[in-house]
Every structure is written in C-alpha cells, then in structure tokens.
Design a protein around this ligand. Sequence first.
Ligand code: AMP
Ligand code: ZN
Length: 124
Amino acid sequence: MDHGLRTTDCGPVDCLFCKIIKGQIPCEKVCEDNEILAFKDINPKGPVHVLVVPKKHYATLNDIPDGELAVVSKIHRAVKKIAREQGVAETGYRTLINTHKDAGQEVFHVHWHLIGGKKLGPMA
Ligand code: AMP
Ligand code: ZN
C-alpha cells in the first residue's frame, strides 16, 4: 500500500522511525544490531514500553514478504531478551503490533510494542 511517502534507498524520507534508525531524530536506545533497533516509546503506556523495529522499512506487518520473515524471529528473540533485562519476563508483559486504522496504527514503519511493569487492563 502507498502511504504517500517518497522513498529513497534507506526507506521513505518522511518516515519517523527511519529517521530514528538513521540517527536524524534522537531516541532512548535499548538495544541494536545490524537488522533491528529497540528504543523506549516516547509516550509509555506502562513503566516498561519499548518499541522494536526492523531497520529495513516495511510500512505494516502485511508488507513483510514471506521470504523476509526471518527478521520477525529475530525481533521476537530481542523481545525475550529485553523483557528479561527490563525485569518483566516473569511478572508479565504484552507484545503487540497495530496494523492499519482499526488497530490505531499511527507510525507506518512496522513496530512491536513491548509493554509491562504493571498489571495491564483487558485488551479492548
Ligand atoms: P502505533 O500506534 O502502533 O503506530 O504506535 C506508535 C508509537 O510510536 C506510539 O506508542 C508513540 O508513542 C510512539 N512514538 C511516536 N513518536 C515517537 C518517538 N519520536 N520516539 C519514540 N516513540 C515514538
Ligand atoms: Zn521507515
């Protein structure tokens, strides 16, 4: 789907998370490797709220080709590690991905929310 963003080799020029990945906008980094970046959500919904993103730009979960799903596995490994490091692995946490408008997706660069550190309410 076209989200009206001009693209470059490094992803859409107007994508907020691509700008964070490129260091053009600051973030509170949690961990990073060559393929993924994790950083604190600017408007946390709990004591722990980390976003994990692939460095390659995919607008939504729908846009990750089947042949590139290895990055999802890598992100889930990172989520487990971050949950441990943030002290919520055993107390519990919620991992979610919002896709398109009914889910309230605001930033069209796919991202995993990791939220915890308090008792979370029901899903909806
Ligand atoms: P979503 O609604 O799933 O697209 O989530 C977007 C998330 O990005 C929200 O939880 C925002 O608080 C978060 N966010 C927006 N801008 C920034 C930023 N500059 N740094 C960190 N998180 C951000
Ligand atoms: Zn992007």
